[in-house]
Write a protein that binds this ligand. Structure first.
Ligand SMILES: C[S@@+](CC[C@H](N)C(=O)[O-])C[C@H]1O[C@@H](n2cnc3c(N)ncnc32)[C@H](O)[C@@H]1O
Length: 307
């Protein structure tokens, strides 16, 4: 591939999805874009770059962005953030919000849906104490094809084995001829929508919890800063952001600070005082502050307690 072609792909990906690729990722372009060449009857990557540089083929540009996205995901990925959400955040939000208020959760780089359905399973398992509390789960991704799979809620045996505990499988999935399908009540809980994190996020509304995991790692520093600022804007004042294990807000924004002792958990800093919003709220609610003092590291028993 010519240096010019490489520059065309790099600029397209950076501008459209935030993906930053260096010359060391040449092999990735070759392996992921070769199927597109066949599909669109283009001789080679230089030819594809020429077509893209002409700027008249939106469909092709989208296909390149999708082909280059890494969709790797699995149920209850890294387990600790999900245990924290179940044992702390969900309980805190339930205790501190009026009974009539719905809680809004967002899986912001949802891929094929495992993250959003993991949250839905936790919500379903928590129904004995959540009662009639309304919970809305929004799951977005830039890529259309994984979202279609997510909506269908159909997973292979291999995907199930990567993270779904046996008790949760029995409770929340139905066996299909090939693989498993997520239960209808959980599917109905999640709204999947195409959304690019680099675009205006405000139409999505405010969220109490954002899972934006394992996508910032692909962005350069200015893009990380921009996306984190935008996420902070969409987070409720006492909302919680969960990032991937290799991601952080440190040095990128002062609006989201790590939760001490809880890896991957970040809280919004109060705009007015510079103090952490949740601490102020928790001190005004005995129930909520008691919840906040419960240990993070010991997930309770249940369908997800032992993963
Ligand atoms: C590695 S997956 C992470 C899935 C899940 N959050 C997890 O942690 O398992 C990254 C996802 O981010 C999506 N993505 C990449 N750039 C994006 C952007 N600019 N806006 C929204 N989603 C994006 C990709 O399509 C991909 O599905």
């Amino acid at each position: 591939m010519s240096p010019h072609a490489f520059a065309v792909f790099a600029a397209l990906l950076r501008n459209r999805s935030g993906l930053t690729i260096g010359p060391d990722k040449l092999y990735l372009l070759e392996t992921r874009l070769t199927p597109l060449l066949r599909q669109h009857r283009i001789a080679n990557l230089d030819g594809l770059a020429t077509r893209l540089a002409q700027g008249r083929c939106e469909k092709l540009a989208r296909a390149v962005v999708e082909a280059m996205a890494t969709n790797e995901t699995y149920f209850f990925r890294d387990i600790t953030p999900f245990a924290h959400f179940r044992d702390h955040t969900l309980r805190y939000l339930h205790a501190s919000r009026p009974a009539s208020a719905s809680l809004r959760l967002w899986s912001a780089a949802a891929s094929t849906g495992q993250e959003a359905y993991s949250l839905a399973m936790i919500v379903a398992e928590s129904s004995p104490w959540l009662g009639a509390r309304g919970i809305e789960i929004v799951a977005t991704d830039i890529a259309r094809t994984p979202l279609e799979r997510a909506r269908a809620g159909h997973y292979t045996q291999f995907e199930i084995q990567r993270g779904v505990p046996m008790a949760a499988l029995v409770r929340h999935f139905q066996k299909q001829e090939a693989g498993w399908r997520i239960a209808e009540n959980l599917r109905a809980m999640v709204r999947f929508q195409e959304w690019n994190l680099l675009t205006d996020l405000s139409p999505l509304g405010r969220f109490d919890v954002i899972f934006c995991r394992n996508v910032l790692i692909y962005f350069d520093r200015p893009t990380k800063m921009r996306v984190l600022e935008a996420l902070a804007e969409q987070l409720a004042p006492d909302g919680v952001l969960y990032l991937g294990g290799a991601e952080t807000t440190l040095g990128l924004t002062s609006r989201l600070v790590p939760e001490p002792g809880a890896p991957s958990v970040y809280r919004r800093v109060s705009d007015a005082t510079g103090t952490i919003a949740l601490e102020m709220n928790a001190s005004s609610s005995a129930a909520a502050s008691a919840i906040e003092r419960r240990p993070v590291s010991r997930p309770r028993s249940g369908a997800f307690g032992t993963s």
